[in-house]
Ligand binder design. Structure first.
Ligand code: PEP
Ligand code: MG
Length: 583
């Protein structure tokens, strides 16, 4: 049971944060309205006209997709009707001109007004109109914020309250430095949104119910994501209790400074600890945390908050920036993993019942070769003189891989540039179990455990209901990982793991014991993982981990690993702040 001003949920990214509640996914009044000067009124009103046209264009595009769209055309016609409604337009214009509200504040205020009136009318017809109004308001606001990849800023720290599926765009649409925590109704630990949040140290609690009953926009909210507890309008005493002690920051800094150098196991074997990044600025953080290179660039995030596919020169700038910042360290560029829960707003995607099993990554590329060629060409041109390689996501069959490689080599030949090293992200069971057949054709391999676990266990990585099956320490899964690592090691194939599993310090000893020598992880966990590696003897780890065959359940595996970590590493993991759970 929770108290009146408390809510509870599932810890997805641990840590804590405090800020004003900012709702995403439902038309509500602004946290605070933003005022403009008299001189800006004309501009805001003109912008309103442009934004309405953009929204109509987007809706028309959906209508033109016909049967493949998720909405039928009569509903889309209603949205268009609202956008052209003189009463709606007139009120927004008046609110801007007389109350000096900026465009978003005016749209939200007027929409809320309409919604209240529709809801109080009581009939089901008007109730439906109220949800149409919610949609149109959110659409207009999202058009305002589609600003060539730039994120929206806040004046004060906020807690994002996501009232629908939590997506990566929810993090990337806003100034990350102001997001103190996220509350969401659903979403698993390795959803792409959670991965992004984790890499930016943004605590997340999911599976929170009755949010709108207890939290109102602008309320101060304290989120203890480690415990999965949310406090609405917390008392000063409670806030003081959570304030970070200074020595935590100092401890983190000391560890960072210590590990800006290569790491060796206790018995002298060098391991590579690389970083997973999404945006060029993340490279600075990676290098600052002692990354030995960049093991995964999730390039699809280049498409966030954009109205169209960025042309080759814009893509080139993005890669040049990443290579420059990498300071000569190796850099693995993963081709865009579009699809699943990462669908750019402008991208025409058919309706799919099973998006993660549908048209995604290389499956899109082999049909939309124009996108592949533009991306590869931008990478190759930007990569001149840099230490980089290309990784292809979601490869299922050798035939797909051969086709993709042929296109990459065609681009290289056309540009008269050397063919870069190319590798496969092994994350689909068929390719993982048949890794042998790929070995002659690839330069390196990486295991994408985030997807691999969901495909092997048929448990959606975004669905907290089936999270109990989605488990990196499930004994059967560990045996598959062990065999895959062995196949690569026996054949001298460089192999990393770049799924979230590799970045969890509770798994470091386990993975070393399974034979892994290259980890690719979120930047902020690099120092602790290096620290742990330096305390582990490879021979000893392999000897201990060889006993996992005798363990028959995840629960027993968790208990066994906890005591092994304790025995060999003492309290090194627990002492490190904000480490996610073992499971
Ligand atoms: C993975 O699936 O493990 C992976 C690294 O890719 P992503 O999380 O981006 O799907
Ligand atoms: Mg993946």
């Amino acid at each position: 049971m929770t108290k009146n001003n408390e809510l509870s949920g599932i810890s997805v990214v641990s840590g804590w944060g405090v800020g004003k509640a900012y709702f995403v996914g439902r038309a509500v009044k602004n946290v605070s309205t933003v005022n403009i000067t008299r001189q800006e009124v004309g501009n805001e009103i003109m912008r309103f006209g442009e934004i309405r046209e953009e929204a109509k264009k987007d809706y028309r595009q959906l209508i033109n997709q016909g049967a493949e769209t998720t909405l039928d055309s009569s509903i889309l016609n209603i949205y268009e009707h609202i956008l052209d409604d003189p009463a709606f337009i007139g009120q927004v214009v008046e609110t801007i001109a007389t109350r000096l509200y900026d465009l978003e504040s005016a749209i939200r205020t007027v929409s809320e007004d309409f919604i209240t009136r529709f809801e109080s009318a009581g009939t089901s017809y008007f109730k439906e109109r109220s949800s149409d109004m919610v949609e149109v308001c959110e659409k207009l606001v999202s058009c305002i914020h589609q600003d060539n990849g730039r994120a929206r800023s806040f004046i004060e720290p906020v807690v994002l309250v996501v009232l629908r599926t939590f997506t990566p765009t929810d993090i990337l649409s806003y100034d990350k430095s102001k997001i103190q925590a996220v509350l969401t109704t659903s979403g698993g630990k390795t959803s792409h949104a959670a991965i992004l949040a984790r890499s930016y140290s943004i605590p997340v609690v999911s599976g929170v119910h009755n949010i709108t009953d207890k939290i109102h926009p602008g309320d101060q909210v304290l989120v203890d994501a480690t415990a999965g507890t949310v406090f609405v309008r917390p008392t000063a005493t409670l806030l003081n209790h959570y304030k970070r002690p200074h020595d935590t920051e100092e401890k983190l800094e000391r560890l960072k400074t210590r590990w800006r150098k290569p790491v060796y196991t206790k018995d002298g074997v060098k391991l590579d600890i690389l970083a997973n990044i999404s945006l060029p600025d993340d490279v600075d953080e990676a290098i600052d945390n002692g990354a030995d290179g960049i093991g995964l660039v999730r390039t699809e995030y280049l498409l966030s908050n954009r109205k169209e596919m960025p042309p080759e020169d814009v893509q080139m700038m993005y890669y040049t920036d990443i290579f420059e910042k990498s300071k000569g360290k190796p850099c693995v560029i993963r081709l865009m993993d579009i699809g699943g829960d990462k669908i750019p707003q402008f991208f025409e995607m058919p309706q799919e019942f099973n998006p993660f099993m549908g048209w995604r990554a290389i499956r899109i590329f082999l049909e939309r070769k124009d996108i592949l060629v533009t991306q590869v060409s931008a990478i190759l041109k930007a990569g001149k003189g840099y230490n980089y390689s290309i990784m292809v996501p979601m490869v299922t069959t050798l035939q797909e891989w051969t086709e993709a490689k042929k296109i990459i080599s065609g681009v290289a030949r056309g540009l008269n540039l050397p063919m870069p090293k190319c590798g496969v992200l092994f994350e689909v069971p068929l390719s993982v179990l048949e890794m042998n057949t790929f070995l002659k054709e690839i330069d390196f391999a990486s295991i994408g455990t985030n997807d691999l676990i969901q495909y092997l266990s048929a448990a959606d990585r975004n669905n907290s209901k089936v999270n109990y099956l989605y488990n990196p320490i499930e004994p059967a899964f560990l045996r598959i990982i062990r065999n895959t690592i062995k196949t690569a090691n026996d054949n001298g194939m460089p192999l990393s793991i770049c799924g979230e599993m590799a970045g969890n310090p509770h798994h470091t000893l386990l993975l070393i014991g399974l034979g892994l020598r290259r980890f690719s992880v979120i930047p902020r966990n690099i120092p602790i993982i290096k620290e742990l590696v330096s305390k582990i003897s490879l021979v000893e780890a392999m000897e201990h981990i060889s006993h996992i065959d005798a363990i028959d359940s995840t629960k027993n595996m968790a208990n066994w690993l906890t005591s092994l970590n304790q025995k060999l590493l003492g309290d090194a993991i627990e002492k490190y702040p904000s480490v996610d759970d073992l499971l």
